[in-house]
Design a protein around this ligand. Structure first.
Ligand SMILES: [Zn+2]
Length: 127
């Protein structure tokens, strides 16, 4: 776990596959947009981030637990991620983009279809 943002994680792949199967076309890890979103749907001006609950401190989530050793190290690292996420979200909004966060825990098997269905509705809402 040396990298802060791991690319091509399992939940991210599942989201990509689902969107593709539903006719959405996207770019990946677009460096030109704030926060380098995981999935970019230009047509919908939507930037999707698939966040690991631990790394991005998902609020009141059981997977967002700070390890018991090196507490300060982890706390700093994670709060850095959180403020970067927030800044990226604001910048995207200022550019007229929708920043959408999907949490890893929400994408677990039981919720996956529900979350994706909600995402697609959200994407289509303003288009
Ligand atoms: Zn979570």
């Amino acid at each position: 776990m040396s990298r802060i943002r791991s690319k091509d994680t399992k939940p991210e792949m599942a989201v990509r596959k689902y969107l593709f199967a539903h006719g959405f076309r996207y770019r990946l890890h677009d460096k030109k947009l704030p926060g380098k979103p995981d999935i970019v749907l230009r047509k919908y001006k939507a930037a999707i981030f698939v966040h690991g609950c631990f790394w991005h401190s998902h609020e009141s989530c059981r997977y967002a637990v700070t390890p018991k050793s090196n507490v300060e190290y982890w706390a700093n690292k994670i709060s850095g991620n959180v403020s970067r996420d927030r800044a990226a979200g604001e910048k995207l909004q200022n550019l007229g983009w929708k920043g959408i966060v999907l949490w890893e825990c929400e994408l677990r098997k039981l919720n996956f279809e529900f979350v994706m269905d909600r995402l697609i509705k959200q994407l289509r809402k303003n288009n």
